[in-house]
Design a protein around this ligand. Structure first.
Ligand code: ADP
Ligand code: ADP
Ligand code: MG
Length: 679
């Protein structure tokens, strides 16, 4: 086994590889760009080498730098992760030339599978079933059009060098062929520097089912069963699962054997994935066709680890160091069902536009890495989160928008699904847009629940997937008011019922709030009752057309969560403030609500006959006036920081400043007098 390896990647996959290496007592070297100077993958490794600027071409794709780093640190092998240099045969060759082991297949296998058209010619010879189509060298447009007609519309034009869902055009009718071909070639030359295309029959409502294969340097091959990756957006995977629902033993064996034949045909070594497109006949029969082979570890490999109880990175390291495959085909078993969700920084309601920002909050479900006591033994953990980030980290525009992968395992698909829903519910991200709520809608959609999987699932279920608001206004407002009250008491995370003294009203009977919820203003009034209780009225006298609702409000802090009971409905919520926005997460989903100008609506607490008091505990940030200044109503007097945000205290009426009781930096207790104005 290697003593030290270099991981030529970043993010979650670099952390993932480092974790296995550590478990196997293999030392690790990270490489990093400017943007990643403080990234998790750097601290996850034993050593780290800076290799250049933030853009991938200045760092993670600069292989001479990476080879130098390996030499300088004495690493014996390089793990390329996925993306970046993982499918670059020249890099694999350069590693060998430098006396380093490339943890992946031989360069010849990468090259053979690198272009979709050439790999199809090879697969045809190896007897692997292909999608009906054209994958020849002749690229004459008229000939391609004639081929499309022969194959029969609709057809799919694919860039031979394509990947990551790019460089594909579906063509429905002959009249559209020429324009689609031209635009596909344009995209292909821009993205991949190669405009060769192939044409395939466009399979209707297909499933994407892929087979994980493994080979060693001794000529042994196994398949580690299948993954269904049919749930896609823009031809990119969103949810993956194993085993594939509806898979029969016979078909699994056929597909597994075909995948092994594909690997054998190119003398494959290490981890690889053979992707098939599966056509579903109306009678339920399925036929599968080779699409491409990905000559690396796949993003979704954890679902295979979950159902087999194996660590695929461990297998990669063993195979790369010359060991025989740890298990033979007959020793491999499927246990239970696993699902992976890709958590991405993006806006599903806005065409999945990628988002950037800082993870102000990154709270994830409690998880334990999948562990096994013996090969093939049952798993001891059922929720796994693979991330390369933590709270406070930024998702920068330089790299992939994937924030983390959530993987669950259950004895049955139903159990895995319920666990995924719950785990997504416990995934709280504030600071940037993510697809977490969208993923929850997908796993709850009828198609997904009933395992009607095909690549059109997302468009088919769009009515329940997009622009959903599972947390209503009443819960959003009552939870936010509850949070404000708890934070004011400085009781965030503390159980207020250890002090059963009810709610104090600091001089006011009624406090008014204004919120913006989905662009609408909503007013709320909180009344402190004589018995120490609270009464909340929402939507009265506001500009909104919300039906008014009023009732008693009960608030309790439970761990870091809040139990809020309003108008006879009780919910446990997690609430986070980020500037003006409040993010409310409940079992149903999450929402965002804006607290408008909290203090100016905080009743007369600030102005008790010219006495300006702090309505909540906080700190004086700055004073805008000095004693003797004449001020006008509404003029800013001071800025205080409370509840992790700044608030401007404004003059409640015209007057002259007679006293300043605190200076910037001073701590204020609730109700402390800050400024006095003459009438
Ligand atoms: P699969 O492995 O299932 O085919 P993808 O094609 O989405 O899934 O995975 C490879 C993609 O991952 C690449 O297109 C690349 O954009 C992205 N990628 C590359 N390196 C990283 C990384 N370190 N962290 C996250 N994503 C990465
Ligand atoms: P990439 O290299 O971008 O991953 P693939 O050839 O693997 O390209 O195709 C990506 C996705 O496009 C597949 O998972 C599938 O959803 C869809 N697709 C590919 N080929 C076909 C086809 N012939 N008919 C229908 N859909 C297809
Ligand atoms: Mg693919």
């Amino acid at each position: 086994m290697f003593k030290k390896i270099l991981i030529a990647n970043r993010g979650e996959i670099a952390c993932r590889v480092a974790a296995t290496a550590r478990r196997m007592a293999v030392q690790t070297v990270a490489v990093y760009s400017d943007a990643d100077a403080h990234a998790r993958h750097v601290s996850a490794c034993d050593e780290a080498v800076h290799i250049g600027g933030s853009a991938p071409k200045d760092s993670y794709l600069r292989w001479e730098r990476i080879l130098e780093a390996a030499k300088a640190t004495g690493a014996e092998a390089i793990h390329p992760g996925y993306g970046f240099l993982s499918e670059n045969d020249e890099f694999a060759k350069a590693c060998a030339d430098a006396g380093l082991v490339f943890i992946g297949p031989p360069p010849s296998a990468i090259e053979a599978m690198g272009l979709k058209a050439q790999s199809k010619q090879l697969m045809e010879k190896a007897g692997v079933p292909l999608v009906p189509g054209y994958h020849g060298a002749d690229q004459d447009p008229a000939m391609l059009a004639a081929e499309a007609a022969r194959i029969g519309y609709p057809v799919l034009i694919k860039a031979s060098a394509g990947g990551g869902g790019k460089g594909m055009r579906v063509v429905d009718k002959p009249q559209e062929f020429d324009a689609a071909l031209a635009s596909c070639k344009r995209e292909a030359i821009n993205s991949f520097g190669d405009d060769a295309v192939l044409i395939e029959k466009y399979v209707q409502r297909p499933r994407h089912i892929e087979i994980q294969v493994f080979g060693d340097t001794h000529g042994n091959y196994v398949y580690l069963f299948e993954r269904d990756c049919s749930v896609q957006r823009r031809h990119q995977k969103v949810l993956e699962e194993a085993p594939a629902p509806g898979m029969t033993e016979a078909m699994r064996k056929q597909m597994g054997d075909a995948a092994v034949a594909a690997a054998r045909a190119v003398h494959y070594v290490g981890a690889g994935t053979v992707e098939f497109i599966v056509e579903q006949k109306p009678d339920g029969a399925m036929s599968f066709f080779f699409m491409e082979m990905n000559t690396r570890l796949q993003v979704e490999h954890p679902v295979t680890e979950a159902i087999t109880g194996l660590d695929l990175v461990e297998w990669q390291l063993r195979v790369a160091s010359g060991e025989v495959l740890p298990l033979a085909q007959h020793e491999l078993r499927i246990t239970g069902h696993a699902i992976e969700a890709r958590i991405c920084a993006e806006s599903p309601d806005n065409q999945f536009l990628p988002a950037t920002g800082t993870l102000q909050v990154f709270n994830v479900p409690k998880c334990v890495r999948f562990e096994r006591s013996a090969p093939g033994a049952a798993l001891t953990a059922s929720v796994r989160l693979d991330a390369g980030v933590a709270a406070g980290d930024a998702i920068s525009p330089f790299y992939d928008s994937m924030v983390a992968k959530l993987i669950v395992h259950g004895q049955t698909r139903e159990e895995a699904l319920a666990r995924m829903d719950a785990a997504l519910g416990q995934t709280h991200i504030v600071g940037l847009q993510t697809n977490v709520q969208f993923l929850r809608h997908v796993v709850r959609s009828p198609s997904f629940v009933n395992a009607q999987l095909d690549t059109a699932l997302i468009p088919r279920e769009q009515a329940v997937l997009f622009n959903q608001e599972p947390v209503g206004l009443l819960l959003a407002v009552s939870a936010t008011v509850a949070h404000i009250l708890l934070v004011e008491r400085g009781l965030e995370g503390v159980d207020p019922f250890s002090r059963r003294d009810g709610w104090r009203s600091h001089g006011v009977q009624v406090r008014r709030f204004a919120f913006a919820f989905h662009g609408e203003t909503v007013n709320a009034a909180l009344t402190y009752l004589h018995d120490g209780g609270l009464h909340l009225a929402i939507g009265e006298g506001g500009a909104s057309d919300v039906a008014p609702m009023a009732g008693s409000l009960t608030v309790a802090a439970v761990g870091g969560d809040i139990d809020v009971q309003f108008a006879n409905r009780r919910n446990t919520v997690s609430v986070y403030r980020n500037g003006d926005s409040t993010h409310v997460f409940s079992n149903q989903g999450a929402t965002q609500i804006i607290v408008i100008d909290l203090l100016s609506h905080a009743g007369d607490a600030q102005d008790e006959g010219g006495r300006l008091t702090a309505p909540m505990p906080g700190k004086v940030v700055s004073l805008a006036v000095k004693v003797g200044d004449k001020v006008q109503k509404g003029q800013p007097l001071a800025v205080m920081e409370a509840m992790k945000m700044e608030h401007t205290l404004a003059a409640p009426h015209d007057g002259t400043v007679t006293n300043l009781f605190f200076a910037p930096g001073d701590q204020l207790t609730e109700g402390a007098e800050l400024i006095r104005l003459s009438a």
